[in-house]
Design a protein. Sequence first.
Length: 83
Amino acid sequence: MADPVTVEQIADEMYKQVASAQGVKKLKPGDLVKMMIELFGEDQVDKKLCKKSIKLLIESERCVYTYFGGSFIELPHREGAEN
């Protein structure tokens, strides 16, 4: 049996997804959860583990919540950037 997936592994993969979608599509937390379940499988990942990973990304300031008629997760905007 494979080693269990850690919160850090999920957070790293979520960060990659958010970074690749930046400027193309805004991702909701639920979008990231679905992506991680597809990537790692339902037997390895659940919503609770994904929520912990999102919390880790936000607390470490690798990602931020933005609000445009709903909650989205994005990379932090640089000071003076046009985003």
